[in-house]
Design a protein around this ligand. Structure first.
Ligand code: FNR
Length: 189
């Protein structure tokens, strides 16, 4: 089973990006096992916390490090991506030399009720993910304009066109992970 650590850039219960993550996870199973990494209890990044790193930070880093791949599902806030994701990325890359994202195959999607489907937010995030050494899949792009009626609460997609579009994304992501994964050592296998 290929484990994917899923980082959703919204903390709210009714998040449409969380719903998108859930729907993608259903399309991906059983080839990929989506594990949403909870970010709500991770404090704001502060170097001074290092002598006694908060448990939430250690847990978050462990969940990323032990995954085979990462998937970012982001809203767009003021034409960028939310601070909750930047905070997770900043913690994930420190202490220097212990970057949890290094060489991880990665994907990036997002949704917004607005007509641009979180495109600007995703493109800001893309530039950061490249810097932190996520091996990011460039195509297809998912700039999804959210239509609530297309999704059920449990992540079933009602609209055929949307389901096929997202299925194509997942199929490519499965291949991307296979192609770009570094070979596991015998201890990891
Ligand atoms: C937004 N929203 C938004 N939408 C958009 O398409 N472009 C934008 O720049 C913004 N800016 C923005 C800023 C802030 C602070 C908030 C709270 C919201 C609207 C946003 O897309 C909408 O609230 C989504 O529902 C957020 O995603 P989640 O939380 O539902 O996953």
């Amino acid at each position: 089973m290929t484990d994917v650590a899923v980082l959703v850039g919204s903390l709210r219960r009714e998040s449409i990006n969380r719903k998108l993550a859930l729907a993608l996870g259903k399309l991906a199973a059983p080839r990929l096992n989506f594990r949403i990494v909870e970010l709500g209890d991770v404090p704001m990044y502060n170097d001074d916390l290092f002598p006694n790193v908060p448990e939430a930070v250690l847990r978050m880093k462990r969940e990323i490090e032990t995954a085979d791949a990462v998937l970012f599902v982001t809203p767009e806030y003021n034409r960028s991506f939310p601070a909750v994701l930047k905070n997770a990325i900043d913690w994930g890359t420190r202490p220097y030399g212990q970057n949890a994202f290094s060489a991880k195959p990665g994907g990036l999607v997002g949704t917004s009720p607005g007509g641009t489907g979180a495109a600007a937010g995703q493109n800001h995030l893309k530039s950061v993910l490249n810097v932190v050494d996520v091996v990011l899949m460039g195509q297809p792009e998912v700039y999804l304009v959210w239509k609530a009626e297309d999704f059920t609460e449990d992540g079933t997609i009602r609209n055929d066109h949307t389901r096929e579009f997202l299925q194509r994304y997942i199929d490519r992501f499965v291949k991307w992970i296979e192609r770009t994964s570094e070979p596991k050592t015998s201890a990891q296998a």
